[in-house]
Design a protein around this ligand. Structure first.
Ligand code: PA5
Length: 466
């Protein structure tokens, strides 16, 4: 069984004073066990029709080698790499950078980064953010990686146009194309056409891999490799998890067990809010990647109704001083998935400076990593004592191998959950209307601007009259 290890003890009825899942339901012959076996069968059927391209990514080693070669050549030329991509085309790169290089990668000195480039990700077209970054960088030494599966996302295309104009102001026309790399559909879309017309280098997002399932495609691998992350280890971990999850037995399929427990928590136990609480700053961005994956995949119309859990990111111990009060005493509508990480080898010892001050003395001689992990265990137990369910994913060292496994675990859990909820986790029809209205308002041909309802100024409260 590959790490991470999924510990379900604190969701079982035997651990909680009220609620919880009877363990027998998860064992062969139990209804949840059998329900998962059906969901597993539905997912395997979609695998055979070729819908689930993300399951093949850990084995696409030729692509990984091409990514590594390109990354090495770019890494030698550029000091800054800027990803332009939103949603599934941007969140994975940030999650990998922070988890494996630390949140302060871009602040480190060249020497400290081993002369690998800084990695920036622009997702939101907020003019202050975009301008702030473009102003700060030496654009003669910057590579822009434009990532869009569709090749037409307004936010990303707008940023590309801005970046291209800016780079064009400081480099000669014949060198311009060398500052861009496109990661897009292998055949379709405007970016693909532009790349062909201008001989801009490209990497593919396989046609059967959607944005939020694409972090192990060049979408996530190229930004990771350019900063020196071991992408082969990432893929090895993902492959191990993918292989482990071919088994329909819930007790040996961690993604299946996680999906089944979270689905039952929502649909049976009244816990539609799924908190992912990481006890490591490095995993903060990973919790945001999960939030998008879970929300966009599972929030769907079903028949006449609507389904979908609400994912809620959290980081321990910080959120013990922000959200945990709500988790402990607020509505019983949450289940927490803890991410537990081993302390680093170079842990920080807390010095024993005030042995006579009782509020400080007990800390001396312990380490910060020990304190953080104790806080996680204490919070888990406090929730359990309050009959608030949780599960824990134990990640060990949280290195590239484990992160690859964790990514595959959550992606698989998402498609299993889709089958359990009875929705298609691969589409996102709910975002289309907003996109069409944006196109209309921005004047794109073929799209109508909406006629907004008349605004009643009496309800624009706070407006200064006169
Ligand atoms: O997960 C998804 O499919 C979406 O979040 C997309 O990644 C996002 O909308 C960006 O799309 P694209 O890669 O086509 O620019």
């Amino acid at each position: 069984m590959p790490s991470p290890i999924l510990d379900l003890n604190n969701v079982l009825a035997s651990s909680l004073d009220r609620g919880g899942i009877d363990a027998a339901r998860l064992t062969p012959g139990g209804d949840l066990h059998d329900r998962f076996a059906q969901a597993h069968g539905a997912v395997e059927a979609r695998r055979t029709t070729g819908d689930l391209g993300f399951l093949d990514l850990p084995y696409a080693r030729d692509t990984a080698r091409r990514v590594a070669e390109l990354a090495e050549s770019f890494g030698q030329w550029f000091e800054d790499v800027v990803v332009l991509g939103i949603g599934g085309s941007g969140l994975g790169a940030v999650a990998l950078r922070e988890a494996l290089l630390g949140p302060a990668w871009n602040e480190r000195s060249d020497d400290d980064r081993g002369y690998f480039p800084r990695l920036h990700v622009l997702d939101n077209p907020d003019p202050r953010t975009v301008e702030g970054l473009l102003d700060r960088l030496d654009l003669r030494k910057a590579l822009f990686v434009v990532i869009s599966k569709s090749g037409s996302t307004a936010e990303t295309m707008a940023q590309y146009l801005v970046a291209r104009e800016r780079v064009g102001l400081v480099v000669e026309p014949e060198k311009l194309r060398g500052h861009f790399l496109f990661i897009t559909d292998p055949e379709k879309g405007a970016l693909r056409r532009l790349a062909e017309a201008e001989d801009i280098p490209t990497l593919p997002v396989p046609a059967n891999v959607g944005g939020r399932f694409s972090v192990l495609a060049p979408v996530g691998l190229l930004p990771a490799a350019v900063c020196g992350i071991d992408i082969e280890a990432l893929l090895d971990g993902a492959a191990e998890m993918e292989a482990a999850c071919r088994d329909a037995a819930l007790a040996t399929n961690p993604a299946g067990a996680l999906a089944t427990v979270l689905w039952a928590a929502d649909t049976e136990l009244g816990h539609p809010i799924h908190v992912l609480m990481a006890y490591a700053d490095r995993l903060r961005a990973f919790t945001l990647w999960f939030q998008q994956l879970w929300a966009e995949s599972l929030g769907k119309v079903k028949g006449e109704g609507h389904v979908g859990p609400t994912p809620l990111p959290a980081v321990g111990a910080t959120d013990q001083h922000a959200q945990v009060q709500l988790f402990m005493e607020g509505p019983r509508d949450k289940i927490v998935v803890f991410l537990a990480v081993d302390p680093p080898a170079a842990d920080v010892t807390i010095p024993d400076l005030h042995p006579s001050v009782e509020q400080l003395a007990y800390l001396g001689g312990h380490t910060l990593g020990e304190l953080l992990d104790v806080e996680r265990r204490a919070t888990t137990e406090a929730l359990r004592l309050g009959a608030r369910p949780s599960v824990t994913l134990e990640l060990g060292a949280a290195d590239a191998h484990t992160l690859g496994a964790l990514i595959m675990l959550f992606e698989l859990a998402t498609v299993y959950a889709g089958a359990l909820y009875g929705v298609d986790p691969l589409d996102q029809p709910g975002v289309e209307l907003g996109k069409r209205l944006t196109y209309g308002l921005m004047g794109r041909s073929g799209y109508d601007a909406p006629t907004f309802p008349e605004v009643d100024d009496r309800w624009r409260i706070g407006r200064v009259s006169g």
